[in-house]
Ligand binder design. Structure first.
Ligand code: B12
Length: 169
């Protein structure tokens, strides 16, 4: 059972779902925006959370997981760049966050990186587990660890972003 009613789309390389949630940024993001996105002179008004279903759980370190993460990063970059073009035509400012590193892709990186797991835990209420190596992994309600979490930010409110995306998917 999925809370928060995501918009559902599908990946290009395999026919697996993508869940899209549009939320107001957490207090942490608002309060630390100059350190997270130093080029942003205004506060972001929404955060777009995009969860890609994985073909295998991505909890361990092995060649299969690395190959799957590479595929998912390409899927994300393609998705994020086409969304950016569409939203920019609607006069929305959009920032893509590198899902591997938590740094902005199109503007300068700040003193703090985005903690993607903490952000999604706070905004969607998903639990997470700590691995032995000090990494946190989300526990999705149905997919468990087989989820590749990504985020984007925008200067437009969730209602505006939602109505643009509802028309697309
Ligand atoms: C670093 C990292 C690792 C390190 C962890 C050790 C370390 N700390 O150096 C290493 C390399 C070991 C690692 C391994 C793995 N990782 Co890792 N990792 C990350 C990474 C880049 C950052 C995690 C982290 O340290 N966060 C805290 C950092 C950012 O900040 P900090 O200074 O410690 O604390 C500040 C932040 O928390 C900040 N903050 C920033 N934003 C926010 C937001 C909120 C709301 C709050 C409250 C705070 C906050 O406030 C603090 C103070 O300034 C994330 C991607 C990301 N950017 O989130 C992936 C990520 C967590 N990893 C991921 C994965 C999959 C793995 C692996 C499990 C598998 C793999 N093959 O990659 C392996 C682990 C294998 C194992 N069994 O342990 C995935 C998890 C996917 C999921 N389903 O949840 C992520 C999200 C990357 C991705 N998109 O795929 N990882």
């Amino acid at each position: 059972m999925l809370a928060n009613n995501p918009i559902i789309s599908y990946q290009k390389t395999v026919r697996l779902p993508i869940e899209i949630y549009i939320k107001k940024p957490s207090d942490f993001i608002i309060n630390n925006i100059s350190q997270l996105l130093p080029n942003w002179k205004i506060h972001p008004a929404s955060i777009i959370i995009v969860l890609f279903y994985c073909q295998i759980p991505i909890k361990t370190v092995n060649q299969g997981v690395e190959t799957e993460k590479k595929r998912l990063k390409q899927e994300f970059l393609q998705f994020a760049n086409s969304l950016r073009v569409i939203l920019q035509k609607e006069k929305c400012l959009i920032e893509i966050i590198d899902p591997q590193e938590g740094k902005p892709i199109n503007t300068n990186q700040g003193a703090i990186n985005f903690d993607i797991v903490a952000t999604i835990h706070q905004l969607l209420g998903f639990s997470f587990e700590n691995t032995n190596e000090g990494c946190k992994i989300l526990n999705h309600p149905t997919q468990k660890n087989a989820i590749y979490p990504t985020i984007l930010l925008s200067n437009r409110c969730p209602k505006t972003i939602n109505s643009i995306l509802q028309k697309l998917f």
